[in-house]
Design a binder for this molecule. Structure first.
Ligand code: CTP
Ligand code: MG
Length: 334
């Protein structure tokens, strides 16, 4: 049979699932690391309110600290919500933190969303921080809800993020690959679009009142009790889902014509969104709320070909039950 039709034997599937459980146990944060993160957040809150005692300042977590997909190695993403305009000039926060013992302080004030990066040597925590970016808090809460609906989402998404990191496929900051968040959306969309879906679309539920924030509709179904049994009809093991994930994106998904949409819980033609003119062969992943944003626009044609090749490699290895080799650290040829 051709490579793309390679089937997983039952024994291989069971071994793959076992290996995934084992890897997942290594990836989940330890109580000790969780404690360092909470201490860091308390410390940050204290430093900010000591410096600006008359402002209302709230420290919120988002990204992997807030969506349950953080690994031992993840940084802490913080969004400060405040009415004090001085803090929107993120460099004032950078100055404060540098003067209080934080290291490797970088202020990126010209980005679309200005951020500060710091490393806390005392608590051994890396943090990315921004100010008043409420959409990020909402999309974090959306991801957390999907993770809560079915037990398989967390291990599957964490392993896919881990694979992407090891293969150097998730450094959007380098301007050439996809962010962890994009991989997460690809994973959720895959689970929504299976013949027997594991996840619903929380945004495409009847009776939702629009909730407009920063000009976009962030409404989604918050009552998850409705979906308690949603994924039950799909009895696939973790191993089977990982195999299907790689098979789908390596050999089935039509990158040229299709947009992955978590919002619709499905696939949309690029032409429907007017994205066919702009982005010839590019992967298109719609941001769930800010639907004019393509989350995959960080990868150009060349790097997309590289990513596609990695997906095919992953499928070949996983379909032979080789998880370790699939997630092997990529090394640049010397
Ligand atoms: N985000 C976003 N748009 C992007 C990338 C990120 O809105 N194009 C926001 C999302 O709220 C996301 C958060 O930034 O949850 C963090 O993104 P990222 O670091 O890519 O994902 P994490 O889940 O934090 O993964 P990691 O563990 O690798 O840090
Ligand atoms: Mg993060």
């Amino acid at each position: 049979p051709s490579v793309k039709n390679r089937r997983l034997s039952l024994a291989q599937e069971e071994k793959l699932s076992r290996d995934m459980r084992e890897l997942y146990n290594e990836l989940i944060p330890t109580p000790e690391s969780e404690q360092r993160r909470s201490k860091f957040l308390a410390k940050l809150e204290r430093l900010l309110s000591d410096r600006w005692p008359n402002s209302s300042i709230k420290v919120n977590v988002f990204g992997s600290t807030g969506n349950c997909l953080g690994t031992l190695a993840s940084d802490v993403d913080v969004c400060i919500t405040t009415d004090n305009n001085e803090l929107s000039q993120v460099c004032s926060i950078a100055e404060l933190l540098a003067s209080q013992g934080m290291e490797r302080v970088v202020c990126v004030s010209r980005a679309k969303v200005p951020i500060v990066k710091v490393w806390d040597p005392e608590l051994q925590v890396a943090c990315d921080l921004n100010v008043n970016n409420p959409i990020a808090l909402e999309n974090t809460s959306l991801v957390r809800s999907y993770v809560a609906i079915d037990d398989r989402v967390r291990p599957l998404a964490m392993i896919i993020k881990h694979w992407a990191k090891r293969r150097i496929l998730n450094d959007a900051a380098l301007g050439s690959t996809l962010s962890s968040y994009t991989w997460i959306c690809l994973t959720l969309n895959f689970l929504q679009t299976l013949k027997t879906p594991v996840l619903p679309s929380l945004q495409a539920q009847p009776g939702l009142q629009p909730h407009i924030l920063d000009g976009v509709n962030v409404a989604f179904e918050k009552d998850l009790t409705k979906f308690a049994d949603f994924g039950r009809k799909n009895t696939s093991s973790l191993g089977k889902l990982l195999y299907e994930f790689f098979r789908f994106y390596a050999h089935e998904f039509d990158f040229e014509t299709t947009v992955a949409s978590v919002r619709l819980g499905g696939h949309v033609a690029k032409s429907v969104k007017g994205w066919h003119m702009l982005l010839d062969n590019r992967l298109c992943v719609e941001e769930p709320f800010n639907i004019n944003r393509n989350l995959a626009n960080t990868a150009d044609d060349t790097s997309m070909r590289g990513i596609h090749k990695e997906l095919r490699r992953a499928f070949d290895l996983v379909s032979n039950g080789k998880l370790d080799e699939c997630c092997e650290q990529f090394a640049y040829p010397t």
